[in-house]
Design a protein around this ligand. Structure first.
Ligand code: PPY
Length: 496
């Protein structure tokens, strides 16, 4: 039986030499461990003599502290001693803000977002929700889907619906892949493992980010071995390090690689800069740590310095030497670059050794349009998809084009598929759902599946193979589609 320790007693151990922390209502003496804390001693001292649960859970497994030989369990926090002063000592970014509604009250991605806004830590909310400068690209991602109208066909016996599809060689129950969003543990201790388990259980895709908060090995080991993970790579300035990662993930059984090409530098995300980044937020696969500097606390800016901004089309040959699997370029934002990607494959100059068909990922998962997170006023992927449909429909037929950015409803998924996408990637909504752990992500997938099924029935189709552009009215966006291709685009189109 653990002894009860009052908040006053905990508070009296608040110095580097005598440092107690409360984690999940247990009181620990971390004085001996603090100087060796891999995330830095500063973060521990910030919570010295107080409750560090929220900050701890953002980056550590619940079990971690129990395995450390240099920490000592003192007792159990006496709940009768917890008063408002104790609870309100910090209003820091790491403190959970309020209670969230129960999961069964969540009906949509918007409900998940509202709950996340209120209950994620300020840093987690700032990191996931932020987007570049004036948020024009970010907001347009969603609003562009709203400018497309359905054209339902009726009286078509829609009693049995099939939402199954194949994406990059894998069979999924929905045309949905979870986007490679960094640092899932900021949302919940389950982190990427929780996302992976939910995806494997519901049979949708998951692209593990190189910026994950767990090493790839741990994420992959958390689900049955036949689940077909994808992996996202930012090419490292230290190419040998990227080569090592490619070998590592190949050994782990991954055969589909998404290389992000839209982020030689991350965008300016002011909301993320405004909230202090904890020293202890680290990315085990990139080896970088978030920090606060003179410009602010932006996680992407401070951890993203490893990304190689010299990367060019010529480097695809290097990539091919080190990656024999399927390759997806993530972040294409123009017909011209989509054609260059296909061209690379077709006349085999750059990607000669490719044993599998390449694919193009038109990306807008927040802001490059990368979720609107990189270049503000960059085009929503939906617009790029429309441009591909107008100028080079063969790219949509011959490669698998995936789109992301702004997908919040089953109707959005259906619109993208009608316009020629093979599948959609979903980023932020998953992180907001992960606020409820693995179960939250499962619930999100169920919500989207059911919305997609209803949308298919109401539009008059029973199988995704029947989705086609006649089922949508894109008139409101058509005038935004470029008329002429530039910079050799028309030459490429003629050649292909
Ligand atoms: C993003 O936030 O948009 C990312 O792509 C993630 C990221 C995080 C940290 C460093 C580089 C990229």
């Amino acid at each position: 039986m653990l002894r009860l320790v009052s908040t006053d007693e905990v508070a009296s151990h608040d110095s580097p030499d005598d440092c107690w922390l409360v984690i999940d209502n247990q009181v620990w003496d971390v004085s001996a461990f603090a100087p060796d804390h891999p995330g830095g001693v500063e973060i521990i001292l910030r919570y010295a003599g107080h409750d560090a649960t929220a900050a701890y859970n953002e980056v550590h497994d619940p079990a971690t502290i129990k395995t450390l030989s240099t920490t000592q369990l003192i007792g159990q926090l006496d709940p009768s001693s917890v008063n408002e002063t104790w609870k309100n000592k910090f209003s820091p970014q790491t403190q959970l803000q309020t209670q969230k509604p129960p999961l069964n009250a969540i009906l949509s991605t918007h409900d998940f977002e509202d709950a996340a806004r209120q209950s994620l830590s300020k840093k987690a909310w700032a990191f996931y929700s932020s987007a570049a400068t004036d948020l024009i690209a970010h907001n347009s991602n969603q609003s562009f889907y709203r400018r497309i109208w359905m054209r339902p066909r009726l009286l078509r016996n829609v009693s049995t619906i099939n939402t199954q599809t194949s994406v990059l060689g894998a069979s999924f129950g929905l045309p949905v892949v979870v986007a490679p969003v960094a640092l899932a543990r900021l949302a919940h201790p389950d982190g990427e493992k929780g996302i992976a388990r939910a995806c494997a259980q519901k049979m949708i895709g998951y692209c593990i980010p190189i910026t994950a908060s767990f090493p790839g090995e741990e994420i992959i080991a958390s689900v049955p071995s036949d689940y077909p993970f994808f992996f996202q790579l930012y090419v490292n300035k230290d190419r040998a390090s990227s080569e090592a990662i490619l070998r590592r993930i190949w050994k782990l059984g991954i055969r589909t690689l998404f290389v992000t090409i839209d982020s030689p530098v991350p965008g300016k995300r002011e909301a993320d800069e405004r909230v202090r980044a904890e020293q202890s937020i680290s990315m085990p696969m990139t080896g970088t740590k978030a920090s606060h500097d003179a410009k602010g606390g932006g996680i992407t800016r401070t951890t993203g310095s490893f990304i190689d901004d010299t990367l060019s089309w010529e480097d695809l040959a290097w990539l091919r030497m080190h990656w024999q699997g399927r390759l997806v370029l993530k972040g294409v934002q123009s017909v011209e670059d989509a054609l260059m990607a296909v061209e690379s494959k077709i006349d085999g100059i750059v990607l000669r050794s490719a044993p599998l068909p390449e694919s193009v990922l038109v990306s807008t998962d927040g802001a490059s349009n990368h979720g609107g997170r990189n270049l503000d006023t960059s085009p929503p992927a939906l617009l790029t998809l429309l441009e591909l449909g107008r100028h080079c429909p063969h790219v949509l037929r011959e490669t698998e084009v995936l789109v992301d950015g702004g997908i919040r409803r089953g109707t959005d998924i259906l619109k993208a598929i009608c316009l020629g996408a093979r599948a959609v990637l979903i980023g932020r909504p998953v992180m907001y759902a992960l606020n409820y752990g693995q179960e939250g992500v499962q619930h999100l997938i169920d919500v989207l599946a059911s919305e997609l099924q209803v949308a298919m029935k109401l539009v008059g189709i029973t199988d995704l193979a029947q989705a086609q552009k006649g089922l949508v009215n894109t008139h409101d966006l058509d005038h935004l589609v470029v008329r002429e291709l530039t910079e050799g685009g028309s030459v490429l189109r003629a050649k292909i």
